[in-house]
Each structure stands twice: as C-alpha cells, then as structure tokens.
Design a protein around this ligand. Structure first.
Ligand SMILES: C[S@@+](CC[C@H](N)C(=O)[O-])C[C@H]1O[C@@H](n2cnc3c(N)ncnc32)[C@H](O)[C@@H]1O
Length: 528
C-alpha cells in the first residue's frame, strides 16, 4: 500500500486485476493523450534520454551496426533500413540522433546510407508537433524521416504518414532498428512473486479519493492513486508463449525470494516488430531497470514511480533471456545504480558484429548519459570555480549540448569578458557554438539556448551573428530587457549608435531599474 491509510473518501476503482490488464494503464494513456507535448514541461523525466551525449552514443551504435550489417550480409544496401523510435515524445532525441548520424555518414561513410527514421507515438498531438517542427521538416522533405501512430500493444501496421508506406508482416528485408527510451517502463507489465520454488501472480487493487475522479472517469492526478497487491499461486504455462514460460520457469527454479515484473507490453511490441522484420531486430533501449538475476533478488512490492505519468523498473534480465530463446543476443548494462542502456538482438547473434559491440562498449557501457549527468551536475554546481578551458572542456564532454550551455552561459560569458583568451580558444568556441545551434531543438516553455548562444558569440565579438540570434530568441521565447540591452551593446560595437540608443531606451522601458542600460544611454548621449 502506498501513501496514507483509507478513509471514507476513498473509492475503489478495481479489485484484484492482473497487473497488465489493470485500469492503471488506461489512466496512464489518458495522461499522455491529454498532455501531448506539454507532458515534458516540469512533469515526465526527460533530459537523461534527450541530451547530445546519448544521441551521439546511439548514432555511433547504429552507424557501426550498419557497417557490420553490410560486411556480414545481414543488411542489403539496396533495401531501405528502417529505424523506428517507440514512444518518441517531443522528438528532441530523434533530432539530435539524426544530426550526429548524418554527420557520421557525411564524414566517414564510404557510401550513402539508405535509411528512414520513423518517429512513432500513440499520441496524435505529438505527431502534429513534429510535422510542424522547423528542425524536422527538412528531414521529412529529404525522405529520411517519417512519422507513424504506433500504439504499443495494439499490433497495428506501421503506416508512414508522409511517404504513404505501410510496414506490415514480413515487409522489411533489412533488420529493423528500434529505439526504445523511457517507454518499456511506461507500458504494461505483469507482477510475480517467487519463493521456495513456488510462483504467484500479483493482482492489483486501485483506489483514489472521490474528488480525484473526473467526470469522464479518468483521474485528475495519477499521483493520488493508491495501489495494493494480493498474490495467487499460478501453475506452469501461464502465458500462451512457451519462450516466455521458460523465462518464468527459470526464475521459479533459480530465484530464492523476490517479487519481479515481466514487461509484457515490451514483449508484445517486440514480437510484433519481429513479424514485420522477418525476426531481425536490434533494440537499443534506455530505462530504469534490472539487468541481472542477482539484482532481482530480495525485492518487495514493485515500486510504481509517479511523476505526472508513472513508470516501472524494466526487467532487462527477462528481456535478455527472452532474446536468447529467440535466436538472439544482448549487451546488458552493468547492474550499478541508475538508468540502464542495453542492446537486445532478435534473430541474430552479436559475435559476428564486432563494430556494434565495440560501439556499445565504448559509447554506452563505458561512459554515456548516466556518467555524464553525474559529472556535469558536479561541474555546474561549481561553475564559478572553473577556468575558461575547463568550461570549454565541459561543453566538449557534452558534445555541445544546448542545456549545458544554458546552465553555464552567464559565468562562461562573464569570464570570457574579463579574461585574456587566445585565437584558438575563440575558434574552438565558435565552431562549438555552431554545433550547439545544430543540436538545438525547440520545445515550448523549455530552456532558451538561443539567447545563450547569442551571448557567447557576443562576448567573442561576433556581433552581427549575435544580433541575428538575439532576434531569433525574441521570436521564439519573447522579448525582455536583457536581450534589448545586449542588442544595444552589439549595435554600439558595430558603430550604429542610433540603433544602439533605441535598444537601450527599449530596455529601460521594459525594466525601468535596468542600471546598465541607463549607464549606456548616458554614455551614448554624452559621446554623441
Ligand atoms: C515517458 S515518455 C518517453 C518519451 C521519450 N522516449 C523520452 O525518452 O523522453 C513516453 C512516451 O511514450 C508514449 N506512449 C505511452 N504509452 C504508449 C503506448 N502504449 N504506445 C505508444 N506510445 C506510448 C507517450 O505518449 C510518450 O510520448
């Protein structure tokens, strides 16, 4: 039981349902349906799977897998390779991934890569958002991106909205590459308890306060849901799928005492995608979860993490065993704390794919988003103590991530302004800022990297470019005194005092106490 104890205000929504069939998943669906793109503003966790480091790592794995595939004959270069992203959400990962993949192809591929990246979600409003997104549109026009409504668990064909192509049973000659970030934790699971060779299924009961139930029967606030599990012994052959029963049987025999999940939504989706791809599937997935049987041991009631929507720990150990039983393979993240990034291959062993395994080990296992977040948090907390070169190194470590620039821009620009720097520093920063701009993907009401990029160009005296970026910042995020003030300074150094004067005046109108703007105005008037 979570939270406080029952009172007369509580209403039971369901009793003893099989977890994967519980109403809780319908509540989850309506949360994403109703929020659409706004689910990411202060609600659903997001940055850990949507930063330049993870996008770069995944692009490395896909690029290397393609090379391995060509060499081994697994991939036919005459046929298109489809990369499908499940539960895409806002699309920032997709865009950054494609930015890196296209750079790798341009710089290192011996021949063009014939591929299409399919962004999918079950929420129509997300698709509408991508369809109109300035960063995605050119990729759609080039034919390397398309969209599809894909509801995990519905086993529906994948219909590419723009290219009017349908991916259905056996329609892909090449393997399907599937990107599944923070999605297997969001779709259905079953709960089991194993003890002393006995296996029980977990049955869920749900209740909430009466005033949390909306008129359409959905919940106003998922966090106020209270859950309770009862357990009932089960017999062998629980699932119609014998491979899945083998996984259960393995746990029954080998686990001492624990409660564990079987990610049924993920497995159903995997089996559907295997049908489309003639059982040739590579899944790259990031989620909270367990990647060894040891780490599954000794667990109590499964934790349901509420954060606007809710999520479960993904049993990657079960997914890996399931892949093996389906002529597949895996590279699983180590069992240490934090998000787990794993590769699951179906219908193909990875021993003959050295570049893929190398890319996984180097770019995912050794150092990726989890390690990056730990280091960047520490460095950002101590940003004032960093030297200019250390700040530049942090930006490089982040593969020029826009959010990192936003976090350090005030201190970075202040230090550049105060200190001597040489021409190589300026050139590296300039080139890096171009990459930050390339990595930028607009999400409404989210951080504003355009202002940060403008500010940095400004302090290294790229005034013209800086002005353009300040304009873009106003267009996308609205106007304010700081932007007007900075534009005024740019005009001053470009020797356009009339425009500079106008900008300082506007800054003062917007913020009457803006002393810097007042001083600049005074200075300009005195030195006309
Ligand atoms: C937790 S978010 C993850 C978004 C993104 N992949 C990330 O890493 O930030 C889950 C996304 O999956 C979508 N989703 C939830 N349930 C789904 C389902 N059954 N089928 C397809 N998409 C689903 C939601 O609309 C949402 O965009």
């Amino acid at each position: 039981m979570t939270g406080s104890q029952p009172s007369t205000n509580y209403t039971y929504l369901e009793h003893d349902a099989k977890f994967s069939e519980s109403k809780i998943w319908n509540y989850q669906r309506s949360y994403f349906d109703s929020k659409g793109i706004n689910a990411w503003v202060g609600g659903v966790p997001y940055y850990v799977t949507s930063n330049s480091v993870i996008a770069h790592s995944y692009a490395q794995v896909v690029f290397r897998y393609y090379q391995d595939g060509l060499r081994t004959g697994l991939i036919n270069k005459e046929e298109r390779l489809y990369i499908i992203e499940l539960g895409t959400g806002p699309g920032r990962f997709s865009y950054q991934f494609l930015t890196f993949l296209n750079q790798f192809i341009e710089n290192y591929a011996t021949e063009p890569m014939n591929f299409c990246y399919v962004m999918t979600d079950f929420t129509g409003s997300n698709i509408e958002y991508w369809q109109n997104h300035e960063r995605i549109k050119p990729l759609v026009e080039k034919g390397i991106v398309d969209f599809a409504i894909y509801d995990i668990g519905a086993n529906q064909d994948i219909q590419l909205i723009n290219q009017k192509i349908t991916l259905s049973k056996n329609s892909c000659q090449n393997p399907l590459i599937v990107i599944a970030n923070y999605i297997f934790d969001t779709v259905t699971h079953d709960v089991f308890r194993a003890k002393d060779g006995k296996l029980e299924e977990g049955l869920i009961s749900l209740k909430t306060e009466q005033d949390n139930i909306a008129s359409d029967e959905h919940l106003k606030n998922l966090d106020k849901l209270q859950t309770e599990f009862n357990y009932k012994e089960i017999t062998a052959d629980y699932y119609p799928d014998q491979n899945l029963n083998q996984v259960l049987a393995y746990y029954q025999e080998n686990i001492k005492d624990t409660t564990f999940l079987i990610p049924t939504g993920a497995i159903q989706c995997i089996n559907h995608l295997r049908e489309i791809s003639n059982n040739k599937l590579l899944i790259i997935s990031a989620d909270k979860g367990y990647t060894s049987m040891e780490s599954l041991e000794g667990r109590g009631t499964p934790h349901i993490a509420f954060h606007g929507s809710f999520s479960m720990m993904v049993n990657f150990d079960a997914l890996a065993r399931y892949a093996e039983l389906n002529s597949g393979d895996h590279c699983l993240a180590s069992a240490t704390e934090g998000i787990k990034l794993s590769l699951l291959s179906f219908g193909n062993k990875l021993d003959g794919m050295p570049e893929t395994r190398w890319a996984y080990n180097e770019f995912i296992q050794r150092f990726c988003t989890k390690e990056f977040l730990l280091i960047k948090n520490e460095l950002i907390d101590h940003v004032k103590e960093l030297t200019l070169t250390e700040m530049l190194a942090l930006m490089k470590l982040s593969y020029w991530d826009p959010d990192i620039l936003v976090a350090i821009a005030p201190d970075f620009s202040e230090k550049i302004h105060q200190q001597q720097y040489d021409i190589t520093f300026r050139e590296e920063l300039r080139e890096g800022l171009t990459q930050v701009y390339k990595n930028f993907y607009y999400i409404p009401n989210y951080k504003n990297p355009i202002f940060a990029i403008a500010q940095l160009h400004h302090v290294i005296h790229d005034f013209e470019l800086s002005l353009k970026l300040y304009e873009e910042s106003i267009e996308k995020y609205g106007d304010n005194a700081a932007t007007q003030m900075n534009m005024g300074v740019c005009y001053y150094y470009m020797k356009d005092n009339i425009k500079a004067l106008r900008k300082f005046k506007t800054a003062i109108e917007m913020e009457p106490d803006n002393n810097s703007a007042k001083e600049w105005l005074k200075y300009l008037r005195e030195n006309r």
